[in-house]
Write a protein that binds this ligand. Structure first.
Ligand SMILES: [Zn+2]
Ligand SMILES: [Zn+2]
Length: 200
């Protein structure tokens, strides 16, 4: 089992103060959490930097991801190391993820920039039902969506500042291996953990 935060932004997102090196150092020092998915807005550069900094460390895992800003709202692809210039709609992002074997995650569906009920009409792999920046009600609505779609539920801090890191995470039944982690998330072998009472 591996503990992993599946939604983190670095300075490459433009609205985050988390430097990839700082993120890797914090992850390495963390007693429990050993993985992070870097889901910057519309760029893989933060992931590529973090991957470089993480090279000397054998017991942590950095997952590639991208939170795509479409005209309908935010949608995340996990497990891809590139992006397409043709991702203006959620349908285009779903097609891209299918082609490149990525996982489609619906982040904060009922917050500003969330895709909300539009998620009903596309194929998705999981819903983020615990986002540490969303309200309790927004997370509850996300949970309802996950049940309606019959897909796994995951957590993400959506951290944009170092102090936002690690307050929620996931326990995934997998080894420190990217494909195994992604496969387990897809199969629902994942449990949400809230580190701080305020997020329960
Ligand atoms: Zn977002
Ligand atoms: Zn985000």
């Amino acid at each position: 089992m591996i503990r992993i935060d599946l939604h983190v932004h670095t300075i490459y997102s433009g609205d985050s103060t988390i430097h990839p090196k700082n993120l890797v150092d914090q992850l390495y020092m963390h007693p429990l959490i050993k993985g992070v998915a870097i889901t910057d807005h519309d760029t893989l550069n933060g992931y590529l930097q973090a991957k470089k900094f993480a090279k000397p460390y054998e017991d942590i895992i950095i997952l590639p991801g991208v939170e795509v800003s479409t005209i309908q709202g935010h949608i995340t692809v996990l497990g891809v190391e590139e992006k397409s210039p043709h991702m203006n709609t959620i349908e285009e992002v779903v097609d891209f993820a299918k082609e490149y074997n990525g996982l489609i995650i619906v982040p904060h569906p009922y917050r500003v920039m969330g895709i909300g009920d539009l998620a009903q009409r596309i194929n998705i792999d999981a819903v983020e039902t615990l986002n540490s920046r969303s309200t309790h009600l927004e997370n509850k609505m996300a949970e309802k969506l996950a049940f309606a779609k019959n897909v796994p539920r995951i957590a993400g801090t959506d951290a944009h500042h170092p102090q936002d890191l690690w307050c929620v995470f996931n326990e995934v039944d997998a080894q420190l291996d990217q494909n195994e982690v992604l496969e387990s998330i897809k199969k629902g072998k994942v449990r949400i953990v809230a580190n701080m009472k305020t997020y329960i």
